[in-house]
Ligand binder design. Structure first.
Ligand code: PLP
Ligand code: ZN
Length: 500
């Protein structure tokens, strides 16, 4: 739809212009720092930062209802910069001009309602939000679109040049970082650090294919993160981990999309997300808080953060009684099928503590919950979901297992509707499905395949056949007819088909 066809009251607001005043705000000492240099932690006290808009209250000049209309009409525009996360420009990057925006097709991922079979199994109505349908097949593209659009802006303004972007990764961050950096060639070069053998072959293929410098390091993600922090502290590089507060801003789009997709009715909604480095749950909480503050939504949805019992430092923190005695204890992780969330010392923990407190205070009651689930439950729920038409990754299985816990504990009830985050595409983690189907999980995982969920290909090549098709070796007509008949016969027998 063309702009002059929109209602006149909406027209002036349809195309966002830079109008915010963003600063980094320290979660430790509250100091504010200019966004003109790339900062990841507070130069005064070393704590993590969040980006704050000093002029945020200007957005309240319009009613929540008007904002809803602006966002809904914006959906009809054909401007590439507004097709992705920057549909929510005023909330995500209100200093970035639209021609600095990098759009590679991220965001606005489908919400797919679970079928009756699955809703009966779980005991409530729910939708998967398929963030695996982002360009690099995980939600990390949301944060990268934001971080790289900002870096692109700084380059265009001549504030920085020749950027080397760097990140540590459990696989998906590096895939996204390498993809977006490759698009901004030659201004940006990218390097990624991965824990050796702790990312899937599909994930490893992604930064390699995008042309990044890929380094593999012994240990787990937490060890890679330390090396990357040493590089970011000592050298002139742009850090793309979620320590970078621009990543958080972009990932807030997940909440804005849920609000918009459910017509801004959030009172009876439950949003379930897996937790690793805790950047995602930070963004999800912050996003809903901002929309609530402006009146775009009139209630905060419940949020359930889920961790595997093999990597559960956030869960452990919140299972202690609230108060001064509560301590965050980093842990050494054990192998997990939710491999992208296998993190023992989440960088965003201070953000989580700050935002959970604020979220519950603003809501006037506890609305954020933390569940822990077994490796077995993660696999069983992932496979069950996918046998009912979904494309959930193991973390999507983890989320669904978390919903089951939330129902069991009475945090949510059957009258509510859940939106479950499948953070990546099933294909990235198909190796774990193979292990389940072949009963070949290394001991550390403690997963026992349930026969009803196992599936294997069956090779059909009847023994009596003298000749079967081979590339480059044409068969005699009769031999081929014999082959087709024998194979069809065996498959029909296997499937118990009746003759017509
Ligand atoms: C990164 C990632 C997570 C964990 O998200 P955090 O923001 O680190 O908590 C979960 N699932 C997938 C597929 C991921 O790539
Ligand atoms: Zn500080």
């Amino acid at each position: 739809m063309k702009i002059d066809q929109f209602p006149e009251t909406i027209r002036p607001h349809l195309i966002p212009k830079p109008s915010g005043e963003l600063i980094y705000r320290c979660l430790g000492c509250q100091a504010e720092h200019s966004i003109e240099s790339l900062l990841y932690t507070c130069p005064d006290c070393g704590q993590v930062l969040l980006i704050h808009d000093r002029r945020f209250d200007r957005l309240k000049a319009l009613s929540g209802e008007t904002w809803q209309q602006i966002l809904d009409y914006r959906r009809m525009l054909k401007i590439p910069a507004l097709k992705g996360i920057y549909r929510y420009h005023e909330f995500i990057g209100p200093v970035i001009p639209l021609d600095s925006v990098v759009y590679l097709g991220e965001g606005h991922t489908p919400v797919v309602e679970a079928n009756t079979v699955l809703q009966e199994k779980t005991g409530m109505r729910f939708f998967y939000k398929n963030d695996g349908q982002n360009p690099s097949a995980s939600f990390k593209d949301r944060g990268m679109a934001s971080a790289l659009s900002y870096i692109h802006f700084l380059i265009q303004e001549g504030i920085i040049d020749e950027v080397l972007s760097i990140c540590a990764s459990t696989g998906d961050t590096s895939a996204a970082a390498a993809l977006y950096a490759a698009y901004l060639k030659p201004d940006i070069k990218s390097a990624v650090l991965l824990p050796h053998r702790k990312v899937t072959p599909q994930q490893l293929s992604q930064p390699l294919g995008s042309g990044a410098d890929v380094f593999e390091i012994p240990g787990v993600f937490d060890d890679c993160m330390k090396v990357v922090e040493a590089l970011a502290d000592g050298y002139n590089v742009a850090l793309l981990n979620s320590k970078n507060a621009w990543r958080i801003l972009g990932q807030e789009s997940y909440s804005y999309e849920i609000a918009q997709d459910f017509d801004y009715a959030m009172a009876d909604k439950v949003v379930v997300v897996p937790i690793g480095n805790a950047g995602n749950i930070t963004a999800v909480m912050n996003g809903f808080l901002k929309f609530f503050d402006v009146g775009i939504i009139d209630a905060l949805p419940k949020i359930v953060g889920v961790q595997s019992e093999h990597a559960n430092p956030v869960y452990n923190y919140y299972s202690q009684t609230a108060g001064d005695g509560r301590r965050f204890v980093p842990m050494t992780v054990k192998p997990s099928v939710a491999q992208a969330a296998m993190i023992g010392n989440p960088v965003s923990m201070p953000r989580v503590i700050y935002l959970v407190d604020r979220y519950n205070r603003v809501a006037g009651e506890p609305r954020v919950f933390f569940a822990q689930v077994t490796e077995q439950a993660i696999m069983d729920w992932q496979l069950t979901a996918n046998r009912n038409g979904h494309i959930a990754c193991t973390h999507g299985g983890e989320s669904l297992a978390g919903l089951e816990e939330a129902l069991k504990n009475g945090w949510v009830n059957a009258k509510e509707t859940a939106i479950i985050d499948s953070t990546a595409h099933a294909l990235k983690f198909s190796g774990f499905q193979d292990m389940y189907f072949q009963d070949s999980f290394p001991e550390g995982f403690a997963v026992q395949p349930k026969p009803a969920l196992v599936n294997q290909p069956r090779y059909v090549c009847p023994a009596h056949l003298k000749r079967v098709p081979e590339p480059g070796k044409p068969m005699a007509k009769e031999d081929f007819a014999t082959f087709v008949e024998a194979v069809a016969g065996q498959i029909a027998g296997d499937l118990g088909l009746k003759k017509r």
